[in-house]
Write a protein that binds this ligand. Structure first.
Ligand SMILES: Cc1cc2nc3c(=O)[nH]c(=O)nc-3n(C[C@H](O)[C@H](O)[C@H](O)COP(=O)(O)OP(=O)(O)OC[C@H]3O[C@@H](n4cnc5c(N)ncnc54)[C@H](O)[C@@H]3O)c2cc1C
Ligand SMILES: *[C@@H]1O[C@H](CO)[C@@H](O)[C@H](O)[C@H]1NC(C)=O
Ligand SMILES: *[C@@H]1O[C@H](CO)[C@@H](O)[C@H](O)[C@H]1NC(C)=O
Ligand SMILES: *[C@@H]1O[C@H](CO)[C@@H](O)[C@H](O)[C@H]1NC(C)=O
Ligand SMILES: *[C@@H]1O[C@H](CO)[C@@H](O)[C@H](O)[C@H]1NC(C)=O
Ligand SMILES: *[C@@H]1O[C@H](CO)[C@@H](O)[C@H](O)[C@H]1NC(C)=O
Ligand SMILES: *[C@@H]1O[C@H](CO)[C@@H](O)[C@H](O)[C@H]1NC(C)=O
Ligand SMILES: *[C@@H]1O[C@H](CO)[C@@H](O)[C@H](O)[C@H]1NC(C)=O
Length: 603
């Protein structure tokens, strides 16, 4: 049904572009949302609930059900086209963003996947649905000077976005029971379907035992404000079909036929236009058209392109704008600064249970799984988004230098320093998960280690005054010495998981496969990490950071309004005040819900 709709949309677009000249559009709305991604479609759908306001969305991509066919919808497909090798991409649904050479990562330039489609990165991500801890939102509230950002006050917005369905066992294996907190999901009336996959990765039940042996114990869930412990992750998956749930399938589909809601796909914004009073009046598109916004322009172009669009529109560090002859509307030095991300790395091992390694190398198996298990009964490994088991911890004391320990101790006590994820496959340097699976007949398993309280901060810049050039992305992974120490200590902890007595029975070879038993000293471990570290999908945030109005480095205020102009907000991961530990989508949706509510209240 949805695919049919999508095919029709594509066919009609093809018909339009075949005729001479651009598609003719209505050109005046109350709210113009730039970017039909995770936050963009959520806020647009909410604003259009009021039939009196006209809402438009500008999105350069199209339906991922077409541009990333099958791969985009089947959960296991998330591991394709998302590697750090610039060649591991599908340009029809990805922006092909590649970082500058990363000094902390052996000068490698890394591809960071970003969705270019309705749904944005919610159509590309690994589907983990998880909220931050209470301490991180308290920090957000304190940084911004607005206690409406505490856990308790955000909870209604987390809940408003979700329709939760409890895990089903069977079909989940009896030894993979997913615990959860029903109270985290009251009412179930939100648009975003969240559930647990019907197939648990067999390696996860073993990793759970290994984690327990090193002192990381099972916890109830990751959606009630505390994260420390291990457990199965909830996922944005439709419980009926086991297909990916994105902002397009959840928020957009039920809203898109409203008469006051228009979406322009295959349309790219080049800048925001202001009047003499520095009020945003609308959005210029690359095809020359101008879309007028009578009330507001809302930028939801994501962590890299929202700051790029601000700079191209004259809002950003003055020196940068001057360099490219962009007229300064507001000198905001924080635009594009403070890029915060979760870099990760992962040792791997030969194991005795089936993992993604089999899927990656056995096409006939994939085809039978797809037709008979996935389509037939919504079961089997294709229903699994590869990352289904998580654990969070504070790094135990005594593993890093006193200086670094002091920095770690300053982080709110509920905020974990490290996230471990059971990896159903060999990750290596994450260049191409499918291609990199060893073809030696063994199955591989691993454990991904992410720095969830990293100190390194990166930047997003521009290389011209044109949106035709991609932004310049420099995450500066592992450039803070504290991060290197934490990474080495966490690497050793991760190794202990697979070296545990509990995991001995599942190892097909007691020796580590990657980076290998030869890597022992801190120097060797540091080098192995620098050779393999990469972005955990793309948790980048804070490049249009929310802060106090009198903070010269803040970009938006507590209502996500761009400081120094009027009629313009930034609502997406770029306007986070802090990056919560773990996976950001739950917070992106909650922020979109909260700001939609503020706008409806007239704030
Ligand atoms: C591979 C991968 C795995 C991930 N795994 C997880 C996970 O398991 N769980 C989790 O919680 N998070 C995960 N994330 C992170 C999560 O997906 C993002 O944090 C979130 O989707 C960001 O939402 P956003 O609204 O900020 O940006 P996006 O969803 O990326 O939306 C930005 C939109 O703006 C559009 N756009 C860009 N430029 C323009 C322009 N000039 N004009 C108009 N529109 C424009 C884009 O096409 C896109 O649709 C992952 C991300 C990736 C890439
Ligand atoms: C990375 O590049 C910098 C700058 O060009 C250089 O100084 C450094 O030696 C390089 N590092 C490695 C590991 O090649
Ligand atoms: C549940 O929904 C009803 C309206 O449908 C609302 O009045 C109530 O406050 C909601 N309860 C919670 C706990 O969110
Ligand atoms: C919640 O999800 C279930 C399962 O997909 C669906 O049957 C139900 O209609 C949804 N509820 C709402 C309010 O959307
Ligand atoms: C749990 O069950 C699965 C499926 O039967 C099996 O492959 C896996 O090895 C089991 N895990 C443990 C820890 O026994
Ligand atoms: C900026 O303008 C100056 C003077 O008009 C010109 O010399 C320079 O080349 C321009 N720079 C760019 C990056 O366009
Ligand atoms: C980066 O963020 C911190 C708060 O997290 C803030 O104090 C600092 O001013 C920011 N720096 C820039 C350049 O934006
Ligand atoms: C990553 O590893 C693969 C081998 O698995 C290798 O071919 C490739 O060059 C490496 N890429 C980077 C950027 O380190």
């Amino acid at each position: 049904m949805r695919l049919t709709t999508a095919l029709i949309a594509a066919a009609s677009l093809a018909a339009h572009s075949a005729s001479a000249g651009p598609v003719k559009r209505d050109t005046e709305y109350d709210y113009v949302v730039v970017g039909g991604g995770t936050a963009g479609l959520a806020i647009a759908a909410r604003l259009s609930e009021d039939p009196k306001v006209q809402v438009a969305v500008i999105e350069p991509g199209t339906y991922y059900q077409i541009s990333n066919m099958i791969v985009g919808e089947v959960p296991a497909g998330c591991s394709l086209f998302a590697g750090s090798d610039p060649a591991d991409t599908n340009s029809a649904v990805d922006w092909d963003i590649v970082t500058t050479p990363q000094e902390g990562a052996m000068n490698r330039s890394l591809h960071i996947a970003r969705g270019k489609c309705l749904g944005g990165s919610s159509a590309r991500h690994y589907m983990v649905y998880q909220r931050g801890d209470k301490g991180c939102y308290q920090q957000w509230a304190d940084d911004v000077g607005d206690q409406s950002y505490t856990w308790d006050n955000l909870l209604p917005y987390f809940q408003k976005s979700v329709n939760f369905t409890a895990p089903r066992a069977p079909p989940r294996a009896a030894n993979a029971t997913a615990d959860y907190n029903p109270a985290a999901f009251t009412n179930g009336s939100g648009p975003l379907r969240v559930t647990y996959t019907n197939y648990a990765s067999p390696i996860s039940s073993w990793v759970q035992k290994g984690l327990t042996e090193i002192g990381i114990l099972p916890t109830q869930d990751f959606n009630s404000g505390s994260l420390l412990g291990s457990g199965y992750a909830a996922s944005t998956i439709d419980p009926k079909t086991m297909k990916r749930e994105s902002s397009q399938t959840s928020y957009y589909e039920p809203a898109k036929n409203r008469l006051n809601f228009r979406t322009f796909i295959l349309s790219k914004a080049s800048k925001v236009v202001f009047d003499a009073n520095k009020k945003a009046t609308g959005v210029q598109l690359t095809d020359g058209q101008f879309i007028k916004a009578n009330k507001e322009v809302i930028l939801s172009a994501g962590v890299f392109q929202s700051p790029q669009l601000l700079m191209l529109s004259g809002i950003g560090p003055k020196a940068t704008l001057d360099k490219y002859n962009i007229t300064v509307i507001a000198d905001r030095p924080g635009v594009g600064q403070n890029l915060t991300d979760h870099a990760f790395f992962a040792p791997s091992y030969r194991v005795k249970v089936e993992t993604f390694t089999r899927l990656a190398s056995d096409l006939i198996y994939i085809a039978t799984q797809y037709l008979f298990s996935f389509i037939g009964s919504q079961t089997g490994p294709l229903t699994n988004p590869v990352a289904d088991f998580l654990a969070f911890e504070r790094l135990p004391g005594g593993l890093v230098s006193p200086d670094t320990q002091k920095l770690l101790d300053e982080i709110p006590t509920t905020w974990p320093h490290i996230e471990y994820t059971a990896a159903s496959g060999h990750i290596g340097n994450f260049s191409n998960l499918r291609k990199d699976q060893p073809k030696d007949g063994y199955q591989y398993g691993g454990i991904m280690v992410a720095l969830t309280a990293a100190f390194s901060r990166g930047t997003v810049g521009i290389k011209s005054a044109s949106i035709d050039d991609l932004p310049v992305v420099d995450p500066k992974y592992l450039t803070h010495p504290g991060d290197v120490e934490v990474a080495v200590a966490a690497f050793k902890r991760a190794r202990k998981v697979y070296a545990s007595e509990a995991m001995a029975d599942v190892l097909a070879d007691p020796n580590e496969y990657y980076p290998g038993v030869g890597v022992q000293t801190d120097e060797q471990i540091t080098e192995a990490i620098r050779k393999s570290i990469g972005p955990l999908g793309g948790h980048g945030s804070c490049t249009c950071r929310m802060g106090r109005v009198d903070d010269p480095n803040a970009v938006v205020d507590n209502k996500a309004r761009v400081i120094g102009v009027t009629g313009l907000r930034v609502v997406d991961a770029s306007s986070f005040a802090i990056l919560p530990p773990g996976h950001p989508q739950a917070t992106v949706y909650a922020l979109a819900e909260k700001i939609a509510d503020e706008i409806k209240k007239g704030n």
